[in-house]
Design a protein around this ligand. Structure first.
Ligand code: FEO
Ligand code: CA
Ligand code: CA
Length: 637
């Protein structure tokens, strides 16, 4: 039991021996710190007592949870799965999903109306909603666009009004029906009445404490409650009452101005807003994106949006109680107390990790009664502390409620709406820990442990972002996965214990902490863990959005990839590799666990030489892959 001595057993009566075994922090080994002595990392080691004092642990035992044979790293322009598995494209950017929408045309000259009936670009987070045994809806985020493929002129010209609209139509969410045929293959049903496109101009509703606030009102919407659209929808979540959560991430990029200089308050520039963000050019033809004219419009973005996928006429609801930041995903669980808890990452260097707790309790016997649980509750932000000389320790959730913890009018927060709209500023006010870009959060199906990818952070070690705690490496190019256990197994508890499940690294070229944790080897190495999710059996699936140069500090890692981990033994095994210049992001399992849908985002980005998935000389397209086993078995087993 010595590896878990930082736990007070009284804090964790919910854990059993197998849980304790899982906490042995296989990831972080002294071997890595000693290897190579004081060579390249000498300075860092000397400056970092943590690195010298981590307990030695053994290599992971072979996993009983994972039964597939690992795939090697790849630089090929293909999607590779293990022996005995098959992967086929389900849908690609531009495929029609609404009745009457035209087929994909690779010329880049299709208009906005065509795009508005087709699958959007840059597939990202997605969820599977069963209709019956062989029919389901997939709700999928279309995060952003690749102008080099969307437009014939590759985005090198000023956009026309129709091109702005087309760009807006390629963003948002796609919802469509899929059916399983007699051979067990899933295919899109283009004629389903369920199919829907949600874009950057779909009418929405703001709900919760910030709805209707003065900072939300615009010339076009004096109510401050009726924003149009959602965009930069990164990752996702789903609720037990059958709704889809889509999370708005880098919303700042879409706001600009014809005017070079627009003076904005620091609480706005903290989100990256500035007049010169002209890549998207939406302000040219859609005035609400001009910061000089409509400074409140950006306050209506950066939220988690709840969508009822079953009703194509339902108005999506922006849930302001969950805070405004660059949301990655929304990992929802039901606490033993019955409160709904949602873990939320803010993906930016030095930003924070959040938790929402609903005011009302979940009612398992009346799903209709649950539909507004995300409208009211309490937001918290994480503060980590480390045990002396260790990369593990304790943490606490600090409440972001107006009037508490210094969130007062004297400190610039007039009311709760301001706390939520400027959640980043509130988090700083209460002393939250600056993190290495929190991406996806995933709750283990046993509901006891929570994992979060911290993808990378080149700024770690600079002013305001001290090395330490769950962010133990300066100039962190590889990323890590932090996990924590709430006290007593209660997600509403303000205290937790944490460690690192894995530190990505490159044991073939780097030393010390940069070689990675003990569960990182020459055979499974990767960088920039991002997508994250559990299957029903508790296998942890990791997707990467990293550097794919395959050179220098990334040598041997190849293209972006998907890995599988056994949380108990710590073993990590590469499951799939993507084509050239893609990111692997988005995963959804069928309830029988025999199909997994995996997103291949932006193959061939910035004109890299990919022709995925069509091959030949075709234009590369973001694509959802369907992965199954030839023997029909459970994925990963
Ligand atoms: Fe859309 Fe943080 O990735
Ligand atoms: Ca991501
Ligand atoms: Ca990322």
């Amino acid at each position: 039991m010595n590896q878990i001595e930082h736990f007070d057993p009284e804090d964790h009566p919910e854990l059993e021996q197998t849980d304790f075994d899982r906490m042995t922090a296989k990831g972080i080994s002294r071997r890595n710190f000693l290897r190579g002595g004081a060579a390249a990392m000498g300075l860092f080691l000397a400056a970092n007592p943590l690195a010298q004092a981590v307990a030695a642990v053994t290599r992971p035992e072979p996993s009983k949870l994972m039964g597939f044979k690992a795939v090697p790293a790849s630089t090929a322009d293909t999607f590779v799965v293990p022996e005995g598995y098959v992967a086929k494209p389900l849908i690609s950017w531009g495929d029609p999903i609404l009745k009457g929408a035209p087929a994909f045309d690779a010329s880049g000259t299709q208009n906005a109306a065509a795009q508005a009936g087709q699958f959007g670009d840059n597939t990202d987070g997605m969820s599977f909603f069963p209709l019956d045994e062989d029919r389901a809806l997939l709700a999928v985020n279309n995060e952003y666009i690749n102008p080099e493929y969307l437009f014939a002129h590759q985005g090198k010209q000023d956009l026309t009004a129709d091109e702005v609209k087309k760009s807006q139509a390629a963003h948002g969410v796609s919802i469509f029906e899929i059916r399983r045929n007699a051979k067990g293959e899933w295919q899109v049903n283009r004629d389903s009445d369920h199919n829907r496109r949600i874009t950057a101009y779909t009418p929405m509703e703001l709900t919760g404490p910030a709805a209707g606030h003065a900072l939300m009102k615009t010339a076009a919407d004096p109510s401050g409650r009726k924003p149009l659209g959602t965009f930069n929808n990164c990752a996702n979540g789903e609720t037990p009452w059958g709704t889809y959560l889509t999370c708005e991430e880098n919303f700042h990029k879409y706001f600009a101005s014809a005017q070079d200089d627009v003076a904005l308050p620091a609480r706005d520039t903290r989100y990256g807003l500035k007049a010169g963000n002209r890549d998207y050019q939406w302000y040219r033809h859609d005035e609400r994106f001009d910061l000089a004219k409509h400074p409140n419009e950006p306050h209506r973005f950066g939220w988690v949006v709840e969508i009822d996928p079953m009703d194509p006429t339902a108005t999506p609801k922006k849930r302001t109680a969950l805070g405004r930041f660059k949301h990655e995903n929304a990992a929802l669980t039901i606490d033993p107390s019955g409160h709904v808890v949602v873990y939320l990452g803010d993906d930016e260097r030095g930003e924070h990790l959040y938790k929402f707790v609903s005011k009302a309790k979940y009612n398992p016997n009346n799903q209709q009664a649950n539909r507004d649980l995300l409208e009211e509750g309490t937001l918290y932000v994480a503060r980590f502390s480390a045990n002396d000389g260790e990369i593990k320790g304790q943490g606490e959730w600090i409440e972001l409620t107006h009037g508490k913890n210094g969130l007062t009018a004297e400190n610039g927060f007039a009311d709760q709406a301001e706390v939520l709209i400027f959640a980043r500023e509130a988090a700083t006010q209460v002393g939250a820990t600056t993190m290495d870009r929190p991406e996806w959060v995933a709750v283990h199906p046993d509901n006891k442990a929570v994992f979060c990818t911290l993808t990378n952070n080149k700024n770690r070690g600079k002013e305001g972002q001290p090395v330490g705690g769950p962010n133990p490496r300066a100039k962190n190019n590889y990323g890590q996965i932090v996990r924590w256990w709430p006290h007593q197994g209660n997600h509403v508890d303000s205290r937790f214990d944490w460690d690192l499940f894995a530190m990505a690294g490159n044991p073939t070229v780097a030393e010390g902490l940069y070689a990675g944790s003990d569960n990182i080897t020459a055979d499974n190495m990767f960088n920039s863990p991002d997508g994250l999710g559990f299957d029903a059996a508790g296998r942890l699936w990791i997707q990467t959005d990293g550097k794919y140069s395959n050179e220098g500090e990334f040598a041997g890692m190849g293209n972006n990839q998907m890995l599988c981990a056994d949380p108990q033994t710590g073993e990590i095994r590469r499951f799939a590799t993507g084509p050239i210049a893609c990111e692997i992001t988005g995963l959804a399992f069928s309830p029988d666990q025999r199909t997994v849908f995996i997103g291949v985002q932006h193959p061939g980005e910035e004109l890299a030489p990919s022709h995925f998935p069509g091959g030949g000389n075709s234009k590369p397209r973001s694509t959802i892959m369907v992965v199954q086993r030839e023997d029909g078995g459970v994925i990963g087993a």
